[in-house]
Design a protein around this ligand. Structure first.
Ligand code: FNR
Length: 353
């Protein structure tokens, strides 16, 4: 029985073909940023408060007017069908069995928006790549909205795909049967070749207004790494931001996400919710992110590890371990609710807002 997310990763690695493992696990360049994400969490030391009668801690949070069972959602990851034939269907089933938290579905999901919406009671959000083909992008957004998706996460760190050396060396191709199910008739097999043709390298801030003109859903920007961009996003009227370096898969050499969180949090000043992803692997990592200014986190690769290890049950088990660890860390640190989490928990002075 796996008791840590690291153990699920080892199990997944045993089960997956090496090139598929490399595609899921790898980062860009020398993978310095990939390593920086986990290293930033490893450096954190928590400072508990004793004798606070924390009882059985509650992990619930409110984000964009909705209550989440825990401040942990599923990051958008392309092609869950690489890890398990049922793909995103198994993911939403597994998450639904573990906790009511959102699943962010990638533009490049391996299953259709409609079948996912029919399958699950967990909130679905759509990750949007604003493609060169705006009519197609608009069509995807409208389909998701019609299917009941609740928010849009516009990824802004991908003018082109990062230089992922493992995939270049492996000449990685999607195996037969793995396709972007929502891009009808788009029979591509090389993610890097496809992205060169499909991604729009010329996006600017006007894309936020464009997206708002085609959808009434809340819009979050994913891929913010500086205070200046976070401030600009808040001023552009977005509903939230995701501090992310794409799991170290885009520009290698940018900082770990936790390292930039205090700067981003200070710039945002509480105007919009802040989510963070990259390297969250333990319950205490969730607490560290909240202490430094995040409202919630997303996890990417661990969900794929759960899928590869055991389909929907594997995803449920990954989330159950993570949330058990979170509850345990809260109890040990003297935290009854997540509203009690502040910078003191990581040994920093309280922030005055
Ligand atoms: C991703 N990520 C990603 N992001 C996005 O906006 N759209 C996408 O389609 C994908 N696809 C994707 C595929 C794979 C295999 C990985 C590993 C990642 C990035 C993802 O949303 C997230 O930012 C990181 O995965 C978070 O880091 P961890 O939790 O994997 O460390």
């Amino acid at each position: 029985m796996e008791l840590t997310l690291g153990e699920f990763a080892r199990r997944a690695r045993e089960r997956l073909d090496p090139p598929v493992w490399d595609f899921l696990e790898g980062g860009a360049g020398e993978e310095r940023t990939l390593a920086a994400n986990t290293a930033a969490f490893d450096r954190i030391r928590l400072r508990p408060s004793v004798l606070r009668g924390a009882g059985r801690p509650g992990t619930g949070v409110k984000i964009l007017g909705r209550t989440w069972a825990a401040p942990v959602a599923v990051a958008p990851v392309a092609f869950h069908t690489l890890a398990h034939p049922e793909g995103e269907l198994a993911t939403v089933r597994g998450i639904g069995a573990a906790a009511k938290v959102p699943v962010v579905v990638s533009t490049f999901a391996g299953r259709t928006f409609e079948e996912l919406a029919a399958e699950t009671a967990v909130p679905l959000w759509l990750q949007v790549y604003c493609l060169r083909d705006r009519a197609l992008t608009r069509h995807l957004v409208e389909r998701a909205e019609r299917a009941g998706f609740e928010a849009l996460v516009l990824t802004v760190d991908t003018p082109r795909l990062g230089r992922r050396l493992r995939d270049l060396r492996n000449d990685f191709r999607l195996p037969p049967g793995v396709t972007p199910a929502n891009l009808e008739g788009d029979g591509f097999s090389s993610p890097s070749a496809h992205s060169r043709a499909a991604f729009d390298p010329d996006l600017d801030w006007s894309v936020v207004d464009w997206l708002r003109s085609v959808s009434a859903l809340p819009i979050l920007l994913k891929g913010i790494l500086t205070g200046a961009d976070a401030r600009r996003a808040a001023e552009a009227g977005v509903d939230g931001i995701v501090v992310s370096n794409h799991g170290g898969r885009q520009l290698d050499g940018v900082p770990g996400t936790l390292d930039v969180l205090p700067e981003v949090s200070a710039a945002v000043g509480g105007r919009v919710p802040i989510l963070l992803d990259g390297g969250v692997r333990r319950g205490r990592d969730v607490l560290a992110a909240l202490a430094l200014g995040a409202d919630a986190v997303l996890v990417g690769r661990p969900v794929l590890h759960g899928l590869a290890a055991g389909g929907a049950d594997g995803v449920r088990n990954v989330f159950t371990v993570l949330l058990d660890e979170l509850t345990d860390a809260m109890a040990q640190a003297g935290l009854r609710t997540l509203a009690d989490v502040g910078p003191e928990l990581v040994g920093q002075a309280p922030v005055r807002r």
